[in-house]
Design a protein around this ligand. Structure first.
Ligand SMILES: [Zn+2]
Length: 415
Protein backbone atom coordinates (compact mmCIF):
# COMPACT_ATOMS: atom_id res chain seq x y z
CA UNK A 1 0.00 0.00 0.00
CA UNK A 2 1.38 3.35 -1.02
CA UNK A 3 0.86 6.07 1.59
CA UNK A 4 3.31 8.57 0.17
CA UNK A 5 2.33 11.84 -1.48
CA UNK A 6 3.79 14.10 -4.12
CA UNK A 7 3.73 17.80 -3.42
CA UNK A 8 5.22 20.66 -5.41
CA UNK A 9 8.28 22.36 -3.98
CA UNK A 10 6.95 25.77 -5.05
CA UNK A 11 10.33 27.42 -5.40
CA UNK A 12 10.66 29.14 -8.79
CA UNK A 13 13.45 28.55 -11.31
CA UNK A 14 14.73 25.25 -9.97
CA UNK A 15 14.55 21.59 -10.84
CA UNK A 16 14.64 18.94 -8.10
CA UNK A 17 17.55 16.54 -8.49
CA UNK A 18 16.84 14.21 -5.58
CA UNK A 19 15.46 14.00 -2.06
CA UNK A 20 17.19 12.18 0.78
CA UNK A 21 17.42 12.11 4.55
CA UNK A 22 20.40 13.54 6.42
CA UNK A 23 22.04 11.69 9.32
CA UNK A 24 20.05 13.93 11.66
CA UNK A 25 16.79 12.86 10.05
CA UNK A 26 16.11 16.06 8.12
CA UNK A 27 14.91 16.12 4.52
CA UNK A 28 17.59 17.18 2.09
CA UNK A 29 16.25 18.38 -1.24
CA UNK A 30 18.94 18.89 -3.88
CA UNK A 31 17.99 21.29 -6.65
CA UNK A 32 19.62 23.09 -9.56
CA UNK A 33 18.87 26.40 -11.16
CA UNK A 34 17.00 26.33 -14.46
CA UNK A 35 17.88 29.95 -15.16
CA UNK A 36 20.64 30.71 -17.57
CA UNK A 37 22.69 33.83 -16.99
CA UNK A 38 22.71 36.70 -14.55
CA UNK A 39 23.37 40.44 -14.36
CA UNK A 40 27.01 41.50 -14.13
CA UNK A 41 27.52 43.05 -10.70
CA UNK A 42 29.76 45.70 -12.28
CA UNK A 43 28.09 46.83 -15.50
CA UNK A 44 24.61 45.50 -14.93
CA UNK A 45 24.45 43.82 -18.34
CA UNK A 46 22.91 40.39 -18.83
CA UNK A 47 25.75 37.85 -19.05
CA UNK A 48 25.53 34.19 -20.02
CA UNK A 49 29.15 33.00 -20.23
CA UNK A 50 29.05 30.22 -17.68
CA UNK A 51 32.04 30.05 -15.35
CA UNK A 52 31.15 26.84 -13.54
CA UNK A 53 29.42 26.44 -10.22
CA UNK A 54 30.35 27.23 -6.63
CA UNK A 55 30.47 24.60 -3.94
CA UNK A 56 27.10 23.51 -2.64
CA UNK A 57 25.22 25.65 -0.12
CA UNK A 58 22.63 24.23 2.20
CA UNK A 59 19.70 26.45 3.19
CA UNK A 60 17.08 25.86 5.81
CA UNK A 61 13.60 25.77 4.32
CA UNK A 62 10.07 25.38 5.69
CA UNK A 63 9.68 22.13 7.66
CA UNK A 64 7.60 19.30 6.27
CA UNK A 65 5.37 17.54 8.81
CA UNK A 66 7.62 18.96 11.54
CA UNK A 67 10.69 17.46 9.93
CA UNK A 68 13.41 20.02 9.19
CA UNK A 69 13.99 20.62 5.49
CA UNK A 70 17.17 21.77 3.77
CA UNK A 71 17.55 22.88 0.18
CA UNK A 72 20.96 22.30 -1.32
CA UNK A 73 22.27 23.70 -4.56
CA UNK A 74 25.44 24.88 -6.27
CA UNK A 75 25.14 28.56 -7.28
CA UNK A 76 26.09 29.18 -10.89
CA UNK A 77 28.78 31.71 -11.78
CA UNK A 78 28.99 33.83 -14.93
CA UNK A 79 31.84 35.77 -16.45
CA UNK A 80 31.34 39.23 -17.94
CA UNK A 81 32.91 39.65 -21.40
CA UNK A 82 32.24 43.41 -21.36
CA UNK A 83 34.01 44.49 -18.19
CA UNK A 84 37.76 44.79 -17.82
CA UNK A 85 39.29 41.74 -16.17
CA UNK A 86 36.16 39.74 -17.02
CA UNK A 87 34.82 39.65 -13.44
CA UNK A 88 32.48 36.86 -12.41
CA UNK A 89 29.06 37.19 -10.79
CA UNK A 90 27.15 34.58 -8.83
CA UNK A 91 23.59 33.93 -9.96
CA UNK A 92 20.95 34.94 -7.43
CA UNK A 93 17.69 33.07 -7.10
CA UNK A 94 14.57 35.00 -6.19
CA UNK A 95 13.84 32.92 -3.09
CA UNK A 96 17.27 33.40 -1.52
CA UNK A 97 19.02 36.48 -0.16
CA UNK A 98 22.78 36.58 -0.59
CA UNK A 99 24.65 35.26 2.49
CA UNK A 100 21.49 34.18 4.28
CA UNK A 101 21.56 30.59 5.60
CA UNK A 102 17.81 30.28 4.99
CA UNK A 103 15.36 30.49 2.12
CA UNK A 104 13.11 33.56 1.99
CA UNK A 105 9.90 31.60 2.67
CA UNK A 106 11.54 30.19 5.80
CA UNK A 107 12.60 33.63 7.02
CA UNK A 108 9.13 35.09 6.47
CA UNK A 109 7.59 32.21 8.37
CA UNK A 110 10.07 32.75 11.20
CA UNK A 111 9.16 36.45 11.33
CA UNK A 112 5.48 35.59 11.62
CA UNK A 113 6.40 33.34 14.55
CA UNK A 114 8.25 36.25 16.11
CA UNK A 115 5.24 38.59 16.06
CA UNK A 116 4.22 39.19 19.69
CA UNK A 117 6.77 36.63 20.80
CA UNK A 118 10.44 36.78 21.77
CA UNK A 119 13.69 35.85 20.07
CA UNK A 120 14.44 33.27 22.76
CA UNK A 121 11.01 31.70 22.44
CA UNK A 122 11.09 31.41 18.66
CA UNK A 123 14.62 29.97 18.75
CA UNK A 124 13.40 27.32 21.14
CA UNK A 125 10.28 26.47 19.18
CA UNK A 126 12.12 26.14 15.89
CA UNK A 127 15.19 24.53 17.52
CA UNK A 128 17.56 27.06 16.05
CA UNK A 129 19.96 29.48 17.73
CA UNK A 130 18.94 32.92 18.98
CA UNK A 131 21.62 34.34 16.68
CA UNK A 132 19.80 32.85 13.69
CA UNK A 133 16.54 34.46 14.76
CA UNK A 134 18.27 37.78 15.41
CA UNK A 135 19.95 37.56 11.99
CA UNK A 136 16.61 37.13 10.23
CA UNK A 137 15.13 40.06 12.15
CA UNK A 138 18.09 42.19 11.12
CA UNK A 139 17.80 41.25 7.44
CA UNK A 140 14.10 42.00 7.11
CA UNK A 141 13.00 44.59 9.62
CA UNK A 142 14.50 48.08 9.46
CA UNK A 143 15.70 49.64 12.69
CA UNK A 144 14.68 53.15 11.66
CA UNK A 145 11.64 54.78 10.22
CA UNK A 146 11.28 55.08 6.45
CA UNK A 147 9.82 58.53 5.89
CA UNK A 148 8.86 57.68 2.32
CA UNK A 149 6.01 55.63 3.72
CA UNK A 150 4.33 58.74 5.11
CA UNK A 151 2.30 61.28 3.15
CA UNK A 152 1.61 63.33 6.23
CA UNK A 153 1.72 63.11 10.01
CA UNK A 154 -1.14 64.73 11.81
CA UNK A 155 -0.46 63.58 15.33
CA UNK A 156 2.69 62.57 17.15
CA UNK A 157 2.67 60.83 20.52
CA UNK A 158 5.69 61.02 22.85
CA UNK A 159 5.93 58.61 25.73
CA UNK A 160 8.71 57.83 28.13
CA UNK A 161 9.28 54.41 29.54
CA UNK A 162 11.64 52.66 31.91
CA UNK A 163 13.22 49.59 30.40
CA UNK A 164 12.86 47.76 33.66
CA UNK A 165 10.35 48.20 36.40
CA UNK A 166 11.80 50.62 38.90
CA UNK A 167 14.73 51.38 36.64
CA UNK A 168 15.86 54.98 36.33
CA UNK A 169 16.99 54.72 32.72
CA UNK A 170 14.27 55.99 30.46
CA UNK A 171 13.85 55.76 26.73
CA UNK A 172 11.43 57.73 24.60
CA UNK A 173 8.90 56.19 22.29
CA UNK A 174 7.62 58.37 19.46
CA UNK A 175 4.53 57.11 17.71
CA UNK A 176 1.93 58.15 15.19
CA UNK A 177 -1.70 57.11 15.63
CA UNK A 178 -3.32 55.95 12.43
CA UNK A 179 -7.06 56.17 11.78
CA UNK A 180 -9.14 54.27 12.67
CA UNK A 181 -7.23 52.10 15.10
CA UNK A 182 -3.61 51.72 14.10
CA UNK A 183 -0.34 53.03 15.41
CA UNK A 184 3.09 53.34 13.85
CA UNK A 185 6.34 53.69 15.76
CA UNK A 186 8.52 56.38 14.24
CA UNK A 187 11.39 56.39 16.73
CA UNK A 188 12.81 54.87 19.85
CA UNK A 189 15.18 57.37 21.47
CA UNK A 190 17.92 56.27 23.85
CA UNK A 191 16.97 58.68 26.65
CA UNK A 192 14.36 61.33 27.41
CA UNK A 193 16.50 64.45 27.31
CA UNK A 194 15.05 67.50 25.63
CA UNK A 195 18.00 67.71 23.23
CA UNK A 196 17.51 64.10 22.11
CA UNK A 197 13.89 64.80 21.24
CA UNK A 198 14.87 68.07 19.55
CA UNK A 199 17.38 66.20 17.42
CA UNK A 200 14.79 63.68 16.39
CA UNK A 201 12.17 66.28 15.51
CA UNK A 202 14.69 68.18 13.43
CA UNK A 203 15.47 65.00 11.50
CA UNK A 204 11.88 64.75 10.24
CA UNK A 205 11.71 65.82 6.57
CA UNK A 206 10.26 69.33 6.40
CA UNK A 207 7.29 68.32 4.21
CA UNK A 208 6.17 66.00 7.04
CA UNK A 209 7.18 68.28 9.88
CA UNK A 210 4.85 70.94 8.53
CA UNK A 211 1.95 68.49 8.56
CA UNK A 212 2.12 67.80 12.31
CA UNK A 213 -0.84 69.43 14.00
CA UNK A 214 -0.80 67.89 17.45
CA UNK A 215 1.75 66.48 19.82
CA UNK A 216 0.40 64.22 22.54
CA UNK A 217 2.65 64.00 25.52
CA UNK A 218 3.01 63.34 29.18
CA UNK A 219 3.35 66.36 31.47
CA UNK A 220 7.07 66.38 31.04
CA UNK A 221 8.78 69.70 30.46
CA UNK A 222 11.57 68.23 28.33
CA UNK A 223 9.16 66.83 25.76
CA UNK A 224 6.98 69.92 25.73
CA UNK A 225 9.94 72.26 25.31
CA UNK A 226 11.32 70.13 22.46
CA UNK A 227 7.97 70.15 20.68
CA UNK A 228 7.48 73.90 21.16
CA UNK A 229 10.93 74.60 19.78
CA UNK A 230 10.78 72.30 16.77
CA UNK A 231 7.07 72.22 15.95
CA UNK A 232 5.86 75.72 16.77
CA UNK A 233 2.66 75.33 14.75
CA UNK A 234 1.56 72.14 16.52
CA UNK A 235 -0.82 72.11 19.46
CA UNK A 236 0.48 70.31 22.51
CA UNK A 237 -2.01 67.98 24.12
CA UNK A 238 -1.40 66.44 27.51
CA UNK A 239 -2.47 62.80 27.33
CA UNK A 240 -5.65 62.17 29.22
CA UNK A 241 -4.16 58.90 30.37
CA UNK A 242 -1.44 60.69 32.34
CA UNK A 243 -3.88 63.19 33.80
CA UNK A 244 -6.10 60.33 34.94
CA UNK A 245 -3.16 58.58 36.53
CA UNK A 246 -2.31 61.74 38.45
CA UNK A 247 -5.70 62.39 40.05
CA UNK A 248 -6.46 58.72 40.64
CA UNK A 249 -3.11 58.59 42.43
CA UNK A 250 -4.33 61.36 44.77
CA UNK A 251 -7.52 59.47 45.57
CA UNK A 252 -5.42 56.39 46.25
CA UNK A 253 -3.25 58.30 48.69
CA UNK A 254 -6.38 59.31 50.60
CA UNK A 255 -7.38 55.66 50.63
CA UNK A 256 -4.02 54.60 52.09
CA UNK A 257 -4.13 57.26 54.81
CA UNK A 258 -7.70 56.38 55.74
CA UNK A 259 -7.12 52.64 55.79
CA UNK A 260 -4.24 53.20 58.17
CA UNK A 261 -6.37 55.37 60.42
CA UNK A 262 -9.36 52.99 60.37
CA UNK A 263 -7.16 50.04 61.19
CA UNK A 264 -6.05 51.80 64.37
CA UNK A 265 -9.37 53.30 65.39
CA UNK A 266 -11.91 50.63 64.53
CA UNK A 267 -12.49 47.47 66.52
CA UNK A 268 -11.56 44.22 64.82
CA UNK A 269 -15.22 43.42 64.23
CA UNK A 270 -15.88 46.81 62.70
CA UNK A 271 -12.83 46.66 60.52
CA UNK A 272 -13.91 43.22 59.36
CA UNK A 273 -17.08 44.82 57.94
CA UNK A 274 -15.15 46.92 55.48
CA UNK A 275 -12.56 44.38 54.53
CA UNK A 276 -12.16 44.10 50.77
CA UNK A 277 -13.70 47.51 50.17
CA UNK A 278 -10.56 48.67 48.39
CA UNK A 279 -11.44 46.98 45.13
CA UNK A 280 -14.82 48.62 44.75
CA UNK A 281 -13.16 51.91 45.68
CA UNK A 282 -11.07 51.71 42.54
CA UNK A 283 -14.09 51.12 40.31
CA UNK A 284 -16.40 53.64 38.67
CA UNK A 285 -19.79 53.68 40.36
CA UNK A 286 -21.53 52.38 37.22
CA UNK A 287 -19.34 49.29 37.33
CA UNK A 288 -20.23 48.33 40.90
CA UNK A 289 -22.51 45.39 41.66
CA UNK A 290 -24.94 45.51 44.60
CA UNK A 291 -22.56 43.85 47.06
CA UNK A 292 -19.74 46.15 46.13
CA UNK A 293 -21.98 49.19 46.43
CA UNK A 294 -23.10 48.14 49.90
CA UNK A 295 -19.52 47.51 50.95
CA UNK A 296 -18.44 50.90 49.68
CA UNK A 297 -21.29 52.61 51.50
CA UNK A 298 -20.25 50.96 54.77
CA UNK A 299 -16.72 52.18 54.16
CA UNK A 300 -17.99 55.71 53.57
CA UNK A 301 -19.95 55.79 56.82
CA UNK A 302 -16.67 55.15 58.64
CA UNK A 303 -14.74 57.54 56.42
CA UNK A 304 -16.54 60.58 54.95
CA UNK A 305 -13.12 61.66 53.69
CA UNK A 306 -12.95 58.65 51.43
CA UNK A 307 -16.40 59.39 50.11
CA UNK A 308 -15.27 62.90 49.21
CA UNK A 309 -12.17 61.58 47.46
CA UNK A 310 -14.21 59.01 45.55
CA UNK A 311 -16.80 61.54 44.47
CA UNK A 312 -14.22 64.08 43.34
CA UNK A 313 -12.35 61.47 41.39
CA UNK A 314 -15.46 60.29 39.59
CA UNK A 315 -16.57 63.85 38.90
CA UNK A 316 -13.36 64.66 37.09
CA UNK A 317 -13.57 61.48 35.04
CA UNK A 318 -17.09 62.52 34.14
CA UNK A 319 -15.81 65.87 32.86
CA UNK A 320 -13.39 64.09 30.54
CA UNK A 321 -16.15 61.84 29.27
CA UNK A 322 -18.38 64.75 28.30
CA UNK A 323 -18.44 66.57 25.00
CA UNK A 324 -17.08 69.87 26.24
CA UNK A 325 -15.55 72.59 24.14
CA UNK A 326 -12.08 73.56 25.26
CA UNK A 327 -13.43 76.68 26.99
CA UNK A 328 -16.24 74.71 28.61
CA UNK A 329 -13.81 72.09 29.87
CA UNK A 330 -11.59 74.77 31.40
CA UNK A 331 -14.55 76.16 33.32
CA UNK A 332 -15.66 72.76 34.48
CA UNK A 333 -12.17 71.80 35.66
CA UNK A 334 -11.68 75.11 37.46
CA UNK A 335 -15.01 74.63 39.25
CA UNK A 336 -13.92 71.12 40.16
CA UNK A 337 -10.65 72.49 41.61
CA UNK A 338 -12.66 74.84 43.81
CA UNK A 339 -14.62 71.90 45.17
CA UNK A 340 -11.35 70.09 45.87
CA UNK A 341 -10.02 73.07 47.85
CA UNK A 342 -13.26 73.26 49.81
CA UNK A 343 -13.08 69.56 50.58
CA UNK A 344 -9.88 70.05 52.52
CA UNK A 345 -8.30 66.94 51.04
CA UNK A 346 -4.59 67.76 51.15
CA UNK A 347 -3.78 64.67 49.13
CA UNK A 348 -5.10 66.40 45.99
CA UNK A 349 -2.81 69.42 46.50
CA UNK A 350 -0.17 68.17 44.06
CA UNK A 351 -2.78 67.62 41.39
CA UNK A 352 -4.15 71.14 41.83
CA UNK A 353 -0.64 72.35 41.13
CA UNK A 354 -0.55 70.21 38.00
CA UNK A 355 -3.79 71.74 36.79
CA UNK A 356 -2.45 75.26 37.42
CA UNK A 357 0.60 74.57 35.29
CA UNK A 358 -0.97 72.48 32.54
CA UNK A 359 -4.65 73.40 32.25
CA UNK A 360 -4.32 74.86 28.77
CA UNK A 361 -2.55 71.81 27.38
CA UNK A 362 -4.77 69.42 29.30
CA UNK A 363 -7.88 70.98 27.81
CA UNK A 364 -6.44 70.79 24.29
CA UNK A 365 -7.79 67.28 24.63
CA UNK A 366 -11.23 68.79 24.05
CA UNK A 367 -10.28 70.40 20.76
CA UNK A 368 -12.37 69.20 17.90
CA UNK A 369 -11.45 66.40 15.59
CA UNK A 370 -10.80 63.62 18.03
CA UNK A 371 -13.14 61.26 19.71
CA UNK A 372 -12.08 60.22 23.18
CA UNK A 373 -12.40 56.62 22.01
CA UNK A 374 -9.72 57.22 19.43
CA UNK A 375 -7.36 58.79 21.95
CA UNK A 376 -8.02 56.08 24.50
CA UNK A 377 -7.46 53.38 21.91
CA UNK A 378 -4.19 55.01 20.94
CA UNK A 379 -3.03 55.25 24.56
CA UNK A 380 -3.91 51.63 25.15
CA UNK A 381 -2.01 50.46 22.11
CA UNK A 382 1.06 52.40 23.19
CA UNK A 383 0.72 50.90 26.66
CA UNK A 384 0.73 47.40 25.20
CA UNK A 385 3.75 48.24 23.07
CA UNK A 386 5.60 49.61 26.08
CA UNK A 387 5.07 46.38 27.93
CA UNK A 388 6.63 44.55 24.99
CA UNK A 389 9.87 46.49 25.41
CA UNK A 390 10.78 45.20 28.85
CA UNK A 391 14.09 43.46 28.91
CA UNK A 392 15.29 44.71 25.51
CA UNK A 393 18.02 47.26 26.02
CA UNK A 394 18.93 48.12 22.48
CA UNK A 395 16.83 50.90 20.95
CA UNK A 396 17.29 49.61 17.38
CA UNK A 397 16.11 46.22 18.49
CA UNK A 398 13.07 47.69 20.25
CA UNK A 399 12.17 49.59 17.10
CA UNK A 400 12.43 46.41 15.03
CA UNK A 401 10.39 44.36 17.45
CA UNK A 402 7.57 46.88 17.74
CA UNK A 403 7.50 47.42 13.98
CA UNK A 404 7.26 43.67 13.53
CA UNK A 405 4.46 43.36 16.09
CA UNK A 406 2.51 46.14 14.42
CA UNK A 407 3.08 45.37 10.75
CA UNK A 408 4.36 41.81 10.71
CA UNK A 409 1.24 40.00 9.54
CA UNK A 410 0.83 42.47 6.73
CA UNK A 411 4.45 42.49 5.62
CA UNK A 412 5.30 38.85 6.02
CA UNK A 413 2.03 37.20 5.19
CA UNK A 414 2.02 33.85 3.50
CA UNK A 415 1.44 34.34 -0.21
ZN1 LIG B 1 30.13 43.60 -16.66
Amino acid sequence: MDNSIRIPLDLPDVRVLDVSKTDQGAWLIRVESTLNGTQCHQCGRQITHCHGVESAIRLRHLPLFETPVFIEFCPKRYRCPFCEGMPTTTQQLSWHELRSPNTKPYEQWLLRMLINSTVADVARKLTISEETVAGVLKRWVPSQVNWDEFDQIEVVGIDEMALKRGHRDYITLVSVPLMPSGVEIIAILADRKKQTVVNFFSSIPSRLKGSIQRVCTDMYQGFVAAAEEQLPAAKIVVDRFHVTQAYRGCADTVRKHEVKRLKQELSTAEYQQIKGAMWPFRKASDDLNDDERALLERLFTYSPKLEKAYTLREELTEIFERDYTKVGAKCAIRAWCKRVRKSGLDEFESFLGTVDTWLDKITNYFLEGWSSGFVEGFNNRVKVLKRRCYGIFDVDRIFQRLTLDINGYERFSYT
